[in-house]
Write a protein that binds this ligand. Sequence first.
Ligand SMILES: O=C(O)C1=C[C@@H](OP(=O)(O)O)[C@@H](O)[C@H](O)C1
Ligand SMILES: C=C(OP(=O)(O)O)C(=O)O
Length: 747
Amino acid sequence: MTARPSQPRREPLGDRLVVIGLGLIGGSFAKGVRELGLFNEVVGFDLDLPSRRQAVELGVVDRCAESLEEACVGATVIQLAVPILAAEKVLAALATLPLGEAVVTDVGSAKGNIVRCAEQVFQGVPARFVPGHPIAGSEQSGVTAAKSTLFRRHKVILTPPPGTDPAALSLVDTLWRALEADVEHMDVRHHDEVLAATSHLPHLLAFGLVDSLARRHENLEIFRYAAGGFRDFTRIAGSDPLMWHDIFLANREAVLHTLDAFQADLDLLRAAIEQGDGHHLLGVFTRARVAREHFGKILARRAYVDVMHSKDLIFLAHPGGSLSGRLRVPGDKSISHRSIMLGSLADGVTEVEGFLEGEDALATLQAFRDMGVVIEGPNHGRVTVHGVGLDGLKPPPGPLYVGNSGTSMRLLAGLLSAQPFDTVLAGDASLSKRPMNRVAIPLREMGAVIETGPEGRPPLHIKGGQRLTAMHYEMPMASAQVKSCLLLAGLYANGQTSVTEPAPTRDHTERMLRGFGYPVNVDGSTARVESGHRLRSTRIEVPADISSAAFFLVAASIAPGSDLVLEHVGINPTRTGVIEILRLMGADLELLDQREVGGEPVADIRVRSAQLKGIDIPEDLVPLAIDEFPVLFVAAACAEGRTVLRGAEELRVKESDRIQVMADGLQALGVNAQPTADGILIEGGPLGAGEVHSHGDHRIAMSFSVAALRASGPIRIHDCANVATSFPNFLALASTAGMRVAEEANS
Ligand SMILES: O=C(O)C1=C[C@@H](OP(=O)(O)O)[C@@H](O)[C@H](O)C1
Ligand SMILES: C=C(OP(=O)(O)O)C(=O)O
């Protein structure tokens, strides 16, 4: 007998572990548990004598028993690691043995059959039976392949039936966790359905395809020319035939269910090919490609869904440097969202260029794909939207998840209120705290049926099939999102919908509707639409986002010796508050080559460093610079004298409370920054080094990166992952321009 390897020992969890079946899975389980010293003794049993011998020689078990009966004497835990159909027989044999308090568990890939079998042979499922399934197969097999680390970071699904003894469940759970597996608990039926779809069906297709091709008389030809795609697709046809034969017989019901659904989809693909329906094919292929990327990210634990929960991404920004050269920041976020929305609702194909490939705009894009719109790209900012017309959206398969994006949720709420199907709109942790009554209340007045979460927060449950009636709405706050939401609902409402705003806000929706040939009447502060018209597809060129350019406008202004040109920036007058405010502060900004592109004015902006001075920010400029205040506060901190902002309470309900979060960060750097209910007072002065928190807010993270240019030492900025929502290449562009900010190693 081999000596137990010298691993870190723990307190034993019990006296004896018995492993029945010493193949790859059983052997690895026994070896891992033995090395950790979780039991006083690990006993193995296998019908195959050489496997028993090898298991002892390789240190997989302490000893092997000669029979099942002998193995189970005095067992604390019995692990059944034999092929699924054999497990049914072993269970029947166990039912005849005196098992005392032993906990019985197994590793089968289907769970319904084993639970049914236990119920039969024990006359009711024993309370100390804990069905399990480690997802850690491999092309290797046998005890010689056993590895104590096989389950590390692999999923193990436990499917305790109702009535399972909690202590037994907890013991099995502890064992797998000790082997560093990611343990999950699931209902038996759900487990079998999920595995039928994600594992069993692909194996069936791979076995089936290879066999079908191999049986054709020209098979040699086929295999000779089979390229990488064939090899990748059929890799799993090399798996153990007997094991898979067992799995399909054991999980018959769930496999048939998923196979029928797939066969129906395959018939649709066949019909599309027969009828030359390229639209259907493109729809399936584009959705599949995105879905696969998405799953890939989930599998690698990088899902954008998880951004807020993922580990802290820290930016380390070093002081000094000046900015120079020519830069083009990514496409405008507001216009990118609208290009997908209106392109989808149009008749015909809309081509978009300069689309922002940031997570917010991608969330809108995905929402429309989920509603059946075929969208190609994005590919270097190019997107092709195959519009479905105003009444062509389809019910999405589940809730529409829009991540961090307030614009997506509020604009979609208007559109979805008028659809014939129900929808749910959900967002990430930050968006889930933001107010949605500002859209839910007026939409209800139009006849929409919307339920919000507590206190008017997301998620939004929108009931379809309502007839909306047009109305006039006086907005209580200056919000382009609320205005746009109601105008989009107005496309479907009976009569004329009009919205009056208390101050001008961005008018991209109005401009773009007209670009799609949809009449919009704007009279002073009131915009009106009527239903009954159509949108005609068009070409959209998205200018660079002035809200992203703003970081560089401030950076080059405050860093001595800077001279930078920002190319092709959108200068729609409802967005240029930042330019006006910076000019009032004494910034040196020049608008070059002003032109109009696709209904939006653009210019190149030259910015040179200048000594800024503190000002009282005119309140009428607030809505025109609403997203630029975090970085304007940095400008104020570097200015001579005091800057005062009032009338900006909206800043408190953005991705973070931007007044409080900026005040906290500036104070941490030694700046005198006093938050007020609707604004802030900032005394210009020296900036120190320090540690600040962006609270997952992209604009806060980038603003403090800019602040470092004038700090006396480095600034560490926490929670920066969401920079990808609006400005995915910020760090690269910042360093091209001359800033010294990067992700902190190992953050
Ligand atoms: O309509 C839009 O695209 C946006 C409007 C603004 O929000 P509010 O309308 O809530 O002020 C702005 O902050 C947001 O980044 C984008
Ligand atoms: C407020 C913002 O976006 P949204 O409301 O779309 O989340 C922003 O980008 O600053």
